[in-house]
Design a protein around this ligand. Structure first.
Ligand code: COA
Length: 385
């Protein structure tokens, strides 16, 4: 047994998995062996989710059945909406999302399975819970947009795809086809990423045989932080603060002198540009060209990327997935604090795939520590301290 302590468990394998792989030198990410660049172009979120959950690309009938199941699980109980309506609107939507997903467990907990603990053999239970959670998470995020502004949420429709329905519920309008195509590709790109912090949180929670709703709530809380999924919102704030491409060099020098991070840059696993950032950047150009204007914020981002290449490239720090996703969502008219919840709406597919994989060969996560505290000593009465 090793007693070497590696901060952040950097480079420590914590599981065996066949769900996705990263080649950090070449900048390749693959789900079940399929390059995400190809999936983003040719697949859909529904198909990618099933690929992640079941391990292979589905046949047409299987995919149609899964799609039908997802469409059938979009509605949200009024009691959960009431919980959402009673939440303060000043809170972050990730906190709302964690609350709402955890509360789903109060209604769909599946006591009979839970009483003995879930195992990898409970395939039907795992599948049906996965469908419920994937489907309802997009409803929750879209409904919140209206609830928090004091309006009744827009009801889901079952004649739309996952991405179409999400945008329809968010905007209240028939979704624009290019917007749908981009959103669908974004959902594909964010759906899975090996054993990152939120996936690890899901696996740790799942290893205790907790319910899938609590597993996903644990993952949502972990994704929210600025060092993980919360970075996309901060990228946009940062670019607004920089203001214009001409300000980039001075701003970067000052920022690095203060030893502050550049949001959306750097990744533990990639030593080159994150392949998802490259696809998102291309989609940003496609969207800009369709609108007839490339946003000034995007031009500032390009200039910052160039400046960072000189300043941080030697350390292997390049744009990650969050660098261009927030800018793209902003240009598509989405509220900044919804960028990370949208990440969760997609990543839930990967979390559930890892939950299922964990249960198929479960052992509770219980690492050890190197104790650095006091030696054993006697309790001191309060009047003698
Ligand atoms: N801005 C400036 N410097 C950065 C950086 C960033 N975004 N990311 C890494 N670095 C530097 C570190 O300061 C360190 O430099 P040093 O060796 O001179 O001390 C070096 O690169 C290695 O970084 P480290 O912090 O050890 O990497 P990590 O693997 O522990 O952390 C992240 C990875 C993602 C947490 C980190 O890159 C980061 O904070 N990025 C910004 C937040 C972000 O975009 N998160 C989303 C990830 S998808």
């Amino acid at each position: 047994m090793t007693s070497e302590y590696l901060p952040g468990l950097a480079g420590v394998p914590a599981t065996k998995s066949n769900i996705s792989s990263i080649d950090g030198e070449q900048g390749i990410l693959a789900y079940r062996g399929y390059d995400i660049r190809e999936l983003a172009e040719k697949s859909t979120f529904e198909e990618t989710a099933l690929l992640l959950l079941d391990g292979c690309l589905p046949g047409a009938a299987e995919l149609a059945d899964f799609d039908r199941q997802l469409r059938g699980e979009r509605r949200l109980k009024y009691k959960i909406r009431t919980i959402m309506k009673n939440l303060p609107t000043s809170g972050h939507p990730m906190e709302m999302l964690q609350t709402a997903v955890a509360s789903l467990g109060m209604f769909y907990g599946g006591e009979e399975v839970l009483s003995d603990g879930i195992t990898g053999n409970d395939v039907e239970y795992i599948h049906s819970m996965s469908v419920k959670i994937i489907s309802r998470m997009s409803t929750i995020v879209a409904m919140w947009e209206h609830i928090r502004h004091g309006y009744d949420p827009i009801e889901p429709r079952d004649d739309l795809t996952h991405a179409e329905n999400f945008l329809y519920m968010l905007d209240g309008q028939e979704p624009d086809p290019l917007k749908v195509k981009i959103m669908d590709a974004c959902l594909v790109l964010h759906a899975e990423h090996t054993i990152n912090a939120s996936t690890f949180a899901a696996m740790v929670c799942g290893s205790t045989l907790a319910s899938p709703f609590l597993v996903i709530a644990a993952a949502i809380g972990t994704l929210a932080g600025p060092l993980h999924g919360g970075a996309n919102q901060r990228v946009v704030q940062m670019l607004k603060e920089i203001g214009r491409p001409e300000n980039v060099r001075q701003w970067l020098d000052d920022r690095l002198a203060k030893k502050e991070v550049i949001w959306g840059m750097g990744h533990r696993e990639y030593k080159t540009k994150d392949p998802r950032a490259t696809v998102l950047q291309k989609m940003m150009v496609e969207w800009g060209e369709a609108q007839g204007i490339l946003s000034p914020i995007f031009e500032t981002a390009l200039e910052l990327e160039k400046a960072c290449e000189t300043a941080l490239g030697p350390k292997g720090v390049y744009p990650n997935v969050d660098y261009y996703s927030g800018i793209l969502y902003r240009e598509m008219g989405i509220a900044p604090d919804q960028y990370t919840p949208i990440f969760a709406v997609s990543r839930v597919a990967g979390w559930l795939a890892h939950w299922r994989e964990q249960l198929s060969d479960n052992r509770i996560f219980r690492p050890t520590q190197i104790y650095t505290g006091k030696k054993l000593r006697h309790y001191v009465e309060i009047d003698k301290r």
